[in-house]
Write a protein that binds this ligand. Structure first.
Ligand code: SF4
Length: 277
């Protein structure tokens, strides 16, 4: 959904053409930290002693080492430089955040249907605590906007997915739950820097969020069904920054030229927009 909403052509390259883009060292580090967090809660839920910091470092090393083959030489060098940052991130998480969370459910597969869409939404919910809050984790270079959870689809999908899991057969296919049934969500963000900092966002969805979600899922599904894979700048305002941050910008024939310098703010960058073939 995110890819299609950002740029339908990006979705096409990733999911129809299945073009692979190389991972970055930062992505690998994020995945390795995620593995530590997952292992931490699995161990905690199984009743064993809480994972110590040294063990967390070992898990991080093993996870990172197993992924290094995805990088080229320069990327591997960068990943080695980032390893210390990884230690700092897991140390902070294991000592400051994780002890306050009592896990109930970890990495559980869900499936549910959205009214109007003929394929199920399938995914994995990362973590649900014993209070029934759906929790996700991110690492980031900067804090997230305070209203992030009101706009993003991922945690709402997890909340709907967990609700479908716990409702089982009581939830009819194609029906979404009453809003008061929807579990609350929480996003824990570890912010990278000289000092690791932490941001926590909590949210409870209202009916308007679910209604908007249903609209968005239907719009994306209809676009994919119709094979409408126009680059985003044919649908909304051209913003070269979207292409700058796109994983496919080195192979995309519709990439927007970089933004004009401020003193040359004549809109000419948009005049060079390539035609859709
Ligand atoms: S480079 Fe730009 S136009 Fe091409 S797929 Fe990415 S966002 Fe879309």
């Amino acid at each position: 959904m995110r890819a299609y909403e950002r740029c339908p052509y990006m979705y096409h390259l990733r999911y129809t053409e299945r073009i692979r883009t190389p991972s970055t060292a930062a992505q690998l580090l994020g995945r390795a930290v995620h593995t530590v967090i997952e292992d931490y809660y699995k161990q905690k839920r199984s009743g064993g002693a809480a994972m110590g910091t040294e063990t967390a470092f070992d898990v991080l090393d093993d996870a990172l080492d197993a992924m290094l083959h995805e990088l080229d030489d320069a990327g591997r060098e960068e990943a080695e430089e980032m390893r210390e940052l990884g230690y700092d991130l897991v140390e902070y998480y294991v000592e400051e955040v994780a002890p306050h969370i009592r896990p109930h459910l970890i990495e559980k597969r869900f499936s549910f249907n959205v009214p109007g869409v003929d394929v199920p939404i399938v995914g994995y919910v990362d973590l649900v605590d014993q209070e029934g809050t759906v929790i996700d984790h991110k690492t980031s270079a900067s804090p997230f906007p305070e209203d992030y959870l009101a706009q993003d689809v991922q945690l709402l999908t997890y909340s709907l997915g967990y609700n479908a899991l716990r409702s089982g057969a009581r939830q009819r296919p194609g029906q979404l739950p009453l809003i008061h049934m929807l579990p609350p969500v929480r996003l824990d963000i570890l912010i990278k820097g000289d000092e690791i900092t932490y941001q926590r966002l909590d949210f409870r969805y209202a009916q308007e969020h679910v209604d908007r979600y249903v609209e968005r899922v239907n719009a994306v599904a209809a676009g994919i069904r119709a094979a409408d894979f126009r680059p985003f700048w044919q649908i909304r305002e051209p913003d070269p920054a979207v292409c700058n941050y796109c994983d496919f910008n080195s192979v995309c024939e519709y990439r927007l030229p970089p933004a004009a310098e401020p003193e040359d703010d004549s809109g000419e960058a948009n005049a060079d927009v390539p035609e859709l073939k």
